[in-house]
Write a protein that binds this ligand. Sequence first.
Ligand code: COA
Length: 329
Amino acid sequence: MSFLEPAGVFDREPAPGLKIIESGKNAGTGSYVPETIWKNEDLEKMVETSDIWIRERTGIGARHIAGEETVAQMAVKAARRALENAGICSTELDLILVGTSSSESIFPNTACLVQDEIGAFRAACLDVSAACTGFLAVYELGQLYIRSGKAKNVLLIGADALSRLVDWHDRGTCILFGDGAGAIVLTAEEQETKACEKIHSDGEKGVSLTCEKGTYLQMDGRAVFQFALSRVPEVIREVLKEAEVPVEEIDAFILHQANSRIIDGVAKRLKAPKEKFPRNIEAYGNTCAASIPILLDEWNRSGRAQKGQRIVLSGFGAGLIWGAAYLEW
Ligand code: COA
């Protein structure tokens, strides 16, 4: 079957009034972080900072650094783990989408490099540039491909190496970021679900977080902090309103891991207990598009994921772009 042919999954119309739709179900997850770890104490030797300052202001204790390893190599490792976890062969994939802003080559894109490595010869392969909202963006697009009937098995990857884009002399930014990749496999399943996604953008405010080609990442930390605190709770409420699911019924909020204080602030504004906001920022820092799928993979593999759980994903970052998704595990 070619990619453009309908997947043949819409062979019956849902009965009027019923919410049975063909939607993407999370079939498997995988993640990868490079071996090299730079702890806060290592950064103390590079810039005027301290472990205490970084932990108190961000919740970060360490980050993994890619070194020679490319974004595509990290993406392939996460992808293989997700496919194995899903029990799906690479040749069954109709689509590979990669959210990344730090790939080494302008083209071929990272998704095509992954395709070549894993032998997913039937898949269409596209990269999406949406910075730290990159995974949310590919998640929404993957769901739209499945719901339109264009794809049945979709591999979604978030992979970034921001260690290459930060100025390691700038203590205002270098302490925040780390490298890694995460992936999930969505498979089409006829199901009664209220799953929905929303992405928003505000190009006018893009100046607060930029990275021009050949230069380092520049950031107005306070502006980005305030943007996240106001927009993330807002977009989460928006998806939950559309899904008709109250905040109290959400089992876990899987947020982009940018700053522990941002996560606490979002929890407070949503009046939701902090315990419902799993986090791994202490070990990885902000891994940009990889942070949500890495956390999802840890959620899955640690046994915390249960069938039927109600989950919210939310990402935010440069662009400015932010978004949220509601899904049932
Ligand atoms: N170590 C020690 N001191 C530092 C420091 C560091 N790494 N970075 C900044 N400082 C200093 C500043 O120079 C400033 O000193 P001053 O008062 O003498 O001028 C002081 O700490 C406060 O700086 P400020 O920038 O106001 O700190 P902050 O509380 O806003 O924290 C961030 C800075 C970057 C941690 C915070 O703004 C943040 O996390 N913002 C969001 C960034 C983000 O998530 N970006 C990615 C989005 S996807």
